[in-house]
Design a protein around this ligand. Structure first.
Ligand code: ZN
Length: 461
């Protein structure tokens, strides 16, 4: 039976110094996944974690070889009637250059006031470490965890997660759970606790418009033949209306509409639109009619030309009709749009609007699924209660305009709802020189994680 929170708190207080030393030891391993010369360091970080998980009282801890950097797995499965949570983080870090902008060496952690400074202090070793420490503290204080827990700590997040999906597919049974928690996001402006409800997916395509085998003289042929560059411009112009709506038939069919509560949560975020505009140095913001800037940039799908080329691009003038013209076009997708389906609709529409006299083809360059776990999902609410109880502030609900591919993988491969609960300060310099974490966030996050395990006991299964 759980003893009181006082037992947990006194254990955490007694072990605070040792915990900081352990955190620093983990940060000293230069586990840069993108650089082959650090492969041994990545493996060392994986094995360091296996030992830390085992020391915490977790079981079946192993560094699983995948063909790349190992995936670390561990579990604790002694709560037969309780739910199971899968917890994800990554132990690999970004490269450190430009090194001369660091105020201290990136793999020699230093504590300055409430800050700990080192590569990975926030993204994501600090969060991984907090999870291991939280489970260890609960096991030490109570002898058991309130629910079943499975840990997946990846070593290739910063280098495209090349081997993760394959492993998730192969290990579906071992990884079965009721919900996944990902701690790889952070707090909102002003260091306010935040839960990220959704991420956008992606559909990436290329349009190729081809005319003649070589460029033509625009004096001899102009007016009599189709110009591929003009044709491409015509196609692109047809993709989006002046109202910011994407004109591809069926494009919005699968979009989960924003509820009144969703819109209210976004409207309640402190967001200074004038400051945003002046930071960008633009004359105005534009977007889909009927939606606010915060909705447009994270909760609605987009279509953007990412690159455009063809014809003469040198200095001065050259009077030709280009032989061909091309564009890279991508769409940020929202739940429950599917990249392949959106691509098919995109291709059909481009073919429909392509002018005659040239050959237009469309190719799919890749995509990723969006994800969404609603605000009223019981696991989201469990996380919200844990954050409020420990940080003393109800979380804000935010939406991320970009993607975290692993999130979509947990949803699509393992069929799990995903809660994005991260604890790092918003200005933590992730991926930049002088990355840091706030030690108060770190310490409180350990209490929040312990609390969320308790809050998930009643999760409907
Ligand atoms: Zn990360």
């Amino acid at each position: 039976m759980p003893t009181t929170d006082a037992a947990l708190e006194s254990h955490l207080t007694e072990t605070k110094d040792a915990r900081l030393e352990s955190y620093k030891a983990f940060l000293r391993i230069p586990s840069i996944s993108a650089l082959p010369r650090h492969a041994d360091d990545c493996r060392a970080a994986a094995h360091w974690l296996v030992e830390a998980l085992t020391a915490a009282g977790l079981e079946h801890a192993e560094a699983v070889e995948t063909g790349g950097h190992p995936i670390v797995y561990a579990d604790w499965l002694h709560a037969p009637d309780a739910p199971t949570v899968l917890i994800y983080g990554h132990y690999d870090v970004q490269p450190v250059d430009p090194l001369d902008l660091w105020t201290s060496p990136p793999f020699e952690p230093v504590v300055v006031g409430d800050r700990i400074l080192a590569r990975g202090a926030a993204d994501d070793k600090g969060q991984v470490h907090a999870h291991v420490m939280a489970a260890g503290a609960v096991l030490a204080a109570r002898g058991s965890l309130p629910i079943n827990v499975k840990y997946v700590f990846e070593g290739e997040e910063e280098s495209s997660s090349v081997h993760l999906d394959q492993w998730l597919e192969a290990e579906g049974d071992r990884l079965s759970a009721d919900v996944a928690f990902i701690s790889d996001t952070g707090f909102f402006e002003g260091n306010r606790p935040a839960i990220t409800l959704s991420l956008r997916g992606l559909m990436y395509a290329q349009i190729d418009v081809v005319g003649t085998a070589v460029d033509l003289h625009s004096g001899s042929y102009g007016g009599a033949v189709q110009n591929p560059a003009n044709a491409l411009a015509q196609i692109i112009a047809a993709l989006k209306g002046p109202d910011g709506r994407i004109r591809i038939p069926g494009f919005y069919d699968d979009v989960v509409p924003l509820s009144e509560a969703d819109r209210a949560a976004l409207a309640g975020l402190p967001f200074d639109e004038a400051a945003y505009l002046s930071h960008l140095g633009l004359p105005a913001l534009v977007g889909e009619v009927g939606y606010t800037t915060l909705e447009r940039r994270a909760a609605r799908p987009t279509l953007d030309v990412n690159g455009l080329w063809g014809g003469f691009e040198g200095e001065g003038s050259k009077t030709i009709i280009p032989a061909h013209a091309h564009a890279k076009v991508s769409c940020r997708l929202v739940a429950a749009q599917e990249p392949e389906k959106i691509f098919e609709a995109f291709r059909a529409y481009v073919e429909e609007v392509a002018p005659p006299g040239v050959t237009t083809t469309v190719q799919y360059l890749g995509g990723g699924l969006p994800s969404l776990t609603p605000m009223d999902h019981p696991a989201t609410q469990a996380a919200a209660r844990a954050l409020e109880a420990t940080f003393g502030q109800a979380p804000v609900y935010i939406r991320e305009g970009g993607s975290i591919p692993v999130c979509a993988s947990f949803a699509s491969i393992l069929g799990l709802p995903v809660v994005l609960m991260g604890f790092t300060p918003p200005d933590e310099n992730a991926h930049a020189p002088n990355e840091w974490n706030d030690l108060r966030n770190y310490e409180t996050s350990i209490r929040a994680i312990a609390r969320v395990l308790d809050e998930l006991v009643d999760l409907p299964r």
